[in-house]
Every structure is written in C-alpha cells, then in structure tokens.
Design a protein around this ligand. Sequence first.
Ligand code: CA
Length: 147
Amino acid sequence: MATVLLVEDEPAVRLGVRLALERAGYRVLEAALAQEAWSLLKEAEVVVLDWMLPDEPGTRLLERMRQGAYPHLPVLMLTARAEVRDRVEGLSRGADDYLVKPFATEELLARLEALLRRAGKRKVLKRGPLLLDLERMERAWKGSPSP
Ligand code: CA
C-alpha cells in the first residue's frame, strides 16, 4: 500500500485522517509544519496538504515542491476555504486535487485512490534512490532532478 504524507497542524484533524488512512491500509507519515514536511517528501507517494500551516502556507510549500525536486508528486490540498478563486489558486499552484473542510473521510480516501491511480498510469520506475519518468523523460536521484 502507498505511503501518504499528511501535513496538517490541527491535532484532531490529523488524528482522524491518520486513523482513517491506516484503516484503509496506507502507511502514514505526519507533519504539523511545512518545514517538517519537506524532509519527509522523499518517502511519500502522495501528499495530503493543509493550506493554513503555522510556518508557511501550504501553497508556498507546494510551489517549492513543483519548482524543486517534486514536480509530479500527487498533492491533495485541504482547506477551509470554499471560494472558487481559492480553489483555482490552489490548483494553479500545482495541487492535483482539492478538498474543503469539513470533509467526509470516505471522500478523502476515494480522491487519494483516484490520484494514485492516475499517478500509476504514468510510467515511473523507482529503484532505490533512482526515479525514472519514462513518459516525461526525466530522472531524479535521491529526490533531486538530474540533468
Ligand atoms: Ca491548518
């Protein structure tokens, strides 16, 4: 089963989501801060990312991921914002999907599964520290893109 990185600063939400994910068979890594999340990204196959974090906005972390070593790691954003322009902003900054709080854990699980299914259709080979994206002709070594 896939490894999910859960980035959420509210302990009650984090606990609820973690239990639901573990019950569904996922391995869960947790971070309450964007800074903690950064070092765990290399182990993650999909990321659940809260927008409002104490140290920096989730959208900022997402931008750093997309510009850096994680251009294609699937990200589902969580937010209390329901405005259309906020959703558009989250998606335009590189989120693959979007869920507005409060949400049903069943919906979160269904969306994660869909994200992983889509990601699985890309031909990515992972062998230890080496990651080869055959479709995009990109490769990465220990999480960093290599020329
Ligand atoms: Ca938050």
